[in-house]
Design a protein around this ligand. Structure first.
Ligand SMILES: C[S@@+](CC[C@H](N)C(=O)[O-])C[C@H]1O[C@@H](n2cnc3c(N)ncnc32)[C@H](O)[C@@H]1O
Length: 324
């Protein structure tokens, strides 16, 4: 590997979890593009870029780079979203080809949910990239296999003019656990260093007390049916992560933007009667404690949950770095 300085353009940069992984591999961001001002500020502070703009639909000309890194919004492709082919956010993924035309990178990396690979937008993007001379490969990787304490499966598409990199091999034999990444954090949030969680209402607290480690809303439905809203029954008693309590000795499930809302997933602390703190969420995403975040609590939760777990980003960035 030669040591020449490499440059990136980071589209949909978010708070910069994926960008940080590339930065550690020696890619300096000439430009980062992010619509959310607070996420952009977090990126600027912890990853850094020569220049920042706000909308990927406004292509900036005259910036050449080695790599484009792009993590477009996934809601329109996700099984949790409505999977709406007409979701206008899906169109944003097509801008990536326009940026490739403008910046002439050797490699373009696109990250999204695996269902993106089944979308018309992916077919269109791939066809546009092929016309520009890029060959491509697709990887579906689980963050837990790369040292994150989180099962999160994501698709990565590498478009390249300089060869196809090898798919990253798992870096751990045994998955990291929630317990191992929470080490050193007090059980009671101390409200410093982002170790802060919303105070549960009386109803939420009563429910938390009925949910054992690994349990979920079904435990509340069994023990105290009168406190459960009818909607819980309508969507069935089948396996669901709603009001789920994490397990200390396993990786967590996918951490999403709403991870401080118990009704959105498996976000209750393994032993405490509360949802995760921002710091616990950041640890599950592999974000260093020294990172400085901008925005209020819900904005920070969104920035954390939106990102690519850094250990997974590291493996992908390393595989791409080998090409140069
Ligand atoms: C999935 S997140 C990217 C996360 C990032 N890759 C990381 O690892 O931290 C997608 C981001 O796209 C941003 N976004 C949405 N529409 C945009 C637009 N038109 N221009 C620029 N950014 C946009 C959102 O604000 C969000 O932060």
């Amino acid at each position: 590997m030669n040591q020449k300085t490499l440059h990136s353009v980071d589209l949909f940069s978010g708070a910069g979890l994926l960008g940080y992984a590339f930065r550690k591999q020696g890619f300096f961001a000439k430009l980062a593009v992010e619509a959310d001002a607070r996420a952009a500020q977090t990126f600027k502070e912890n990853v850094g870029a020569d220049r920042m703009t706000v909308d990927v639909r406004a292509i900036v000309k005259g910036i050449n780079c080695d790599v484009i890194v792009a993590g477009p919004p996934c809601q329109g492709f996700s099984s949790l979203g409505k999977r709406d082919a007409s979701d206008e956010r899906n169109e944003l993924s097509l801008c990536i080809a326009d940026w490739a035309k403008a910046c002439k990178p050797s490699v373009v990396l696109v990250e999204n949910v695996p269902l993106f690979l089944e979308s018309q937008h992916f077919v269109m993007l791939k066809s546009k990239m092929k016309k520009m001379g890029y060959e491509s490969t697709e990887w579906v990787l689980n963050a837990a296999d790369f040292g994150a304490a989180q099962r999160r499966v994501r698709a990565f598409i590498v478009f390249s003019k300089i060869g196809i990199p090898s798919k990253p091999d798992p870096t751990v034999k045994k998955h990291r656990t929630v317990r191992s990444v929470f080490r050193g954090l007090s059980l009671e949030p101390d409200d410093t260093g982002m170790h802060v969680a919303p105070k549960p209402s009386k109803l939420a607290l009563d429910r938390f007390k009925l949910i054992p480690e690994g349990g979920d809303k079904r435990d509340v439905m069994n023990a105290s049916p009168e406190t459960c809203p009818p909607s819980w029954r309508r969507i069935g008693n089948q396996a669901t992560d709603v009001w789920g309590r994490m397990q200390y000795d396993n990786p967590s499930n996918t951490l999403r933007c709403s991870f401080q809302n118990a009704s959105k997933g498996r976000y209750v602390h393994p032993t405490e009667n509360r949802v995760l703190t921002l710091r616990e969420g950041a640890r599950i995403q592999g974000i260093p404690d020294r990172w400085k975040f901008h925005g209020d609590r819900s904005s920070i939760a969104r920035q954390i949950g939106n990102g690519v777990p850094i250990p997974l980003g590291n493996a992908v960035a390393q595989a791409i770095r080998q090409l140069f």
